[in-house]
Ligand binder design. Structure first.
Ligand SMILES: Cc1cc2nc3c(=O)[nH]c(=O)nc-3n(C[C@H](O)[C@H](O)[C@H](O)COP(=O)(O)OP(=O)(O)OC[C@H]3O[C@@H](n4cnc5c(N)ncnc54)[C@H](O)[C@@H]3O)c2cc1C
Length: 417
């Protein structure tokens, strides 16, 4: 029987603890918080979108960095197997729009309770309030770790045959995301790729974002160009805030092109009416103007834009809101069309880790065997979950990464013989 330590009682740590202990090994989980699954609790706005019931191809195309690294892990525990894992342990589940899987109760606590019960039944020891300070290794092999517990003054070292690092990333530090796992990796000579917040709101230069704070736009198309190259084009929903923009479309953009912000000159615009061509929009304006020749322009075009946006569109078009429609020139009309089809935004910077759903970057996958999640340099040392340089879009894919990398590690360790 191997004596195995797992650092972190998050999604990846708990899943690996259960699967490894069920194979007959002695498993101890060290968690620095006073409770397990602190981040899991806030996932999916408290509902925990725990996986995505999609095909393998959709999963892999939703992984932004290093999807190939996950081929085999996904086959070991795909989304169907994750749903089965929870269902077979008594948690009912449901699938919503976009194949997002949730506990039927809409309570993330059910996911945590299921994992807690399964750990208990499998005989996993959970040490809460215990922060791992460092990992011990000799001659290329793990020997144990050093722990500081919240109720004891002194640090203590423990011997283990294997150590699994499931410490997560850097986002939402209040949940315990300290970046310790990245430090452990560096201390043991593993390469860590540069980290940055991802799936995160974006700050914009334009003051008018604040003027439209709280305004949500649906079915708009975001276009981003770097030089002549289009680097992002997607439909979706977004919202203005006091600092810039947020919402699903913006979070996706942050994950896809966040690295370019502040480094490359980006031209960003929103097509507010992607289903209507410029010609059709012009026809509509001409019709509206013909029917309302003596009215103020602001009262006539108001049906095309949300109330908070109308003054911004007119100001950007250089048109006085009180200008009479019969004084509107063709040039004015063309500018209104341009502002509607190419509403300008300037992305300045990503918001910080406090607001980021995930961390981009992490322990380089080149250092890790994808068949076992074990370090190629240090035997008995595994990395699973968000601490790795793999990240995905929203939709349950990031937790799927945590579950399947945990399962891959457990499968490679194998049964106690
Ligand atoms: C607000 C929010 C909402 C999200 N919603 C979703 C969602 O609905 N669906 C989805 O798929 N993903 C979602 N995510 C992302 C998802 O939560 C993470 O990708 C996932 O939790 C990563 O799992 P993990 O086990 O690798 O790390 P974590 O869940 O972060 O767990 C790591 C654990 O390790 C502990 N730890 C760290 N260092 C030490 C140490 N030195 N000693 C002891 N313990 C340590 C931490 O305290 C923590 O408990 C969301 C993230 C956030 C922030």
């Amino acid at each position: 029987m191997s004596n195995i330590a797992i650092i972190g009682a998050g999604a990846a740590g708990m899943m690996s603890a259960i699967l490894i202990a069920e194979q007959g090994h002695a498993v101890t989980v060290f968690e620095q918080n006073e409770r397990i699954g602190k981040k899991l609790y806030i996932t999916g706005k408290g509902r925990c979108n725990f996986t995505n019931a999609c095909t393998r191809d959709t999963f892999l195309s939703s992984v932004i960095d290093n999807p190939r690294f996950l081929y085999s892990a996904y086959d070991t525990m795909d989304s169907g197997a994750v749903i089965e894992f929870f269902e077979s342990r008594g948690m009912r589940t449901k699938i919503e729009r976009g194949n997002r899987a949730f506990p039927a109760s809409d309570k993330s606590a059910d996911v945590i309770d299921t994992l807690r019960d399964a750990m208990k039944r499998a005989g996993v020891k959970v040490r809460l309030g215990c922060r791992v300070l460092s990992i011990l290794a000799e001659e290329g092999k793990v020997t144990g770790l050093v722990v500081k517990s919240s109720d004891q003054e002194a640090e203590r070292s423990f011997q283990f045959d294997r150590v699994i690092v499931a410490t997560g990333g850097l986002s939402y530090p209040s949940t315990g995301a300290t970046g310790d796992g990245l430090r452990f990796a560096r201390d043991l000579g593993l390469r860590v790729t540069p980290t940055s917040p991802s799936l995160v709101p974006i700050e914009c230069a334009e003051r008018y974002c604040a003027e439209m704070q709280g305004l949500s736009l649906r079915n708009v198309e975001l276009h981003i160009k770097s030089g002549k190259k289009e680097v992002f084009r997607e439909f979706g929903e977004m919202m203005f805030t006091h600092f810039g923009v947020t919402g699903p479309l913006i979070l996706t953009a942050s994950a896809r092109i966040g690295q370019l912000i502040g480094k490359k000159e980006l031209r960003t615009c929103i097509d507010l009416k992607p289903a209507v061509s410029e010609e059709k929009l012009d026809d509509r304006l001409l019709r509206l103007f013909a029917e309302n020749r003596n009215k103020d322009v602001q009262n006539v075009v108001s049906e095309l834009y949300p109330a908070k946006m109308l003054p911004v569109i007119l100001a950007l078009s250089g048109i006085e809101p009180g200008k009479k429609v019969h004084d509107i020139t063709k040039g004015d009309r063309m500018t209104i069309i341009q502002m509607t089809k190419r509403f300008p935004l300037t992305f300045e910077r990503l918001r910080g880790y406090n607001e980021a759903v995930i961390t981009k970057g992490g322990v380089s996958v080149r250092e890790i065997d994808p068949g076992s999640m074990e370090s190629k340099k240090t035997a008995g040392l595994h990395f699973i979950g968000e601490v790795l340089d793999v990240d995905a879009l929203t939709g349950g894919f990031n937790l799927q990464i945590a579950w399947c990398t945990a399962a891959q590690c457990a499968r490679a360790i194998g049964p106690n013989t």
